[in-house]
Design a protein around this ligand. Structure first.
Ligand SMILES: O=C(NCCO)c1cc(-c2ccc(F)cc2)cc(O)c1O
Ligand SMILES: [Mg+2]
Length: 214
């Protein structure tokens, strides 16, 4: 039976990265995606912008929407202070299975809780089931048509507080026009666009950083 691209990405990590070394896991995935097969990780260029936002914020609670193979999960978790928590939601069970192994290889499983399911179903359960009241940082990288409804849902569930940061991938490619319009026009957000490129390509893409004003 044929292997899948996430399975081949995991094999590349297990072959080329050192167990317990998150940086080597990130490097191995970027090398695989540049030299062997493109995959929809946030990538090295946008990843550096992600790193700078995380490092500047020093968040204690992080929510990631869309785990895929765990690349950005590892990038974020690697920068978190001790006892900080990253909850990452993934709808696709095949992606989740690979991501668990990538996260384990990096040695960061203590900081990460991967939950399988639909973000729209899980978000309302976070306070009661995962013991988190509000998030310092939310990284949106899941289905592009879910960015806006899930943002409104997080607001309604009281998961955002004054100063919470939303960082959204792919606001240009594939694009999230309704989400961009919302965070850029709403008086409840202060938004900033970080121009970059679609992972491993020359195509324009970027990250939108939005501060919730409460
Ligand atoms: O769908 C995406 N993520 C949610 C599913 O896990 C996604 C897609 C693309 C992409 C794909 C196909 C193309 F032609 C261009 C972009 C890129 C990304 O960074 C993404 O996060
Ligand atoms: Mg993305």
């Amino acid at each position: 039976t044929q292997s899948t691209r996430p399975q081949r990405l995991l094999s590349a990590v297990q072959k080329n990265a050192t167990r317990g070394d998150p940086c080597s896991v990130v490097k191995a995935i970027d090398q695989f995606c540049r030299s062997k097969e493109w995959a929809m990780n946030v990538g090295d260029e946008k990843g550096c912008i992600l790193d700078s936002v995380v490092s500047e914020l020093n968040p204690t609670t992080v929510l990631e929407l869309g785990t895929y193979c765990g690349y950005s999960t590892v990038r974020i978790a690697n920068l978190l202070p001790p006892h900080a928590k990253l909850i990452t939601l993934e709808f696709n069970p095949d992606f989740a299975a690979i991501a668990r192994q990538v996260i384990a290889w990096s040695g960061l499983e203590e900081k990460v809780q991967l939950v399988e399911g639909a973000s729209g179903d899980l978000i309302p359960k976070i306070k009661q089931d995962f013991g988190v009241q509000t998030f310092d940082l939310v990284f949106l990288d899941h289905w592009k048509d879910r960015y806006l409804p899930d943002t409104k849902l997080m607001e309604a569930c009281g998961l955002l507080r004054k100063g919470s940061i939303l960082l959204a991938d792919n606001v240009i490619c594939p694009g999230t026009p309704d989400y961009l319009e919302y965070v850029r026009s709403s008086p409840r957000y202060e938004s900033q666009y970080f121009k970059s490129h679609l992972e491993y390509t020359k195509v324009e893409d970027g990250l939108e950083k939005s501060v919730f004003l409460g």
